[in-house]
Design a protein around this ligand. Sequence first.
Ligand code: PMV
Length: 366
Amino acid sequence: MVRFTNKYKQEAKKFEMKPFSGARKTSWRSPSNIALVKYWGKHGIQLPQNPSLSFALKNSFTETSVSYSFKKLEKTELEFLFEGKPNITFKNRINKVLAVYSEYLPFLQKLNLEIESKNSFPHSSGIASSASAMSALALCLVSIEKDLFGTLNEKKYFFQKASFLARLGSGSAARSVFPGFVVWGEDKKVKSSSDEIAVTLQTKIHDKFQKLNDAILITSSAKKQVSSSQGHDLMIQHPFAEARYEQAGKNLKKLIQSLEKGDEEKLIEVLENEALSLHSLMMSSNPGFTLLNSSTWQIIEKVKQFRIAKNLMLTFTLDAGPNVHLIYKAKDKAEITTFVASELVQFCENGYWIDDQMGSGPEKLI
Ligand code: PMV
């Protein structure tokens, strides 16, 4: 059950850190991802209550670079810059995650670290950056391990460990280290799936769904009243918890079938059921909360009308926030972009939306 946890803890004991001179640097770009079957509710140490499925985005990403040198003094502080400036909130979060990583990467305590990070999308745009940020950091840290100890030379093991570490930073980040459709959470229908790491969905995806786009409509950039970690916690006592976990399993099965068969109706049914179920869980928790606003609902109505009128595969999903992700086939881009510009941009804060699409996963920059 905790196969990777034990393996990485054992491996950690073998790292023998030798002093080295000068500073070295590694840098990764890692994308955000959009979940089609949602992860909501966790247990143990960042383990999901149900499997989730997402795809990697292309234009919404974080770039992180880590400079590291051998620590001569025992106590030195982490240096962290976000978009060129110190950011105490993010620095505290990174310090917390680094403390968790000390069990798996104990050599980090012997390094001076200077971390710089920036996002491709504006900060406070309402786009959650934890998946891209935590996966970019995890990728940098496994690169450091590889550089210092000559481990993780096989691509498969490198990305497995990155996914494992990313998950400890933010659950959904586990999925960001892989391209294409990705599953996180054990499910008997998905080969090699695990609660500890994400895996690429190894199935033949129908041609229709090889290239999906995501138009992210920002209806509000205000900070969320309830964070996703508070939301996950509210699932512990949730009266619908068991039914939800069962529903997610069934939706995963339906979604995989629809991706294989090219069944557009089923895909729409699952995506919208997942998005609305996620927000119903928030509303029916104790205390209940809602993250959606009137623009979210107006966009949803318009999308449904447009889909019927044009007979196009246009559907939506929602993250833990009021912004709407329009999912559609890349070949319909011109028509959907015109629809967004003429009918939906009025509901976006300052007319802001992000034109995104399926991406090819993270990229090593240095
Ligand atoms: O990774 P977290 O803890 O921020 O949770 C993400 C939860 C959702 O975005 C709502 C769903 C998901 O699977 O990404």
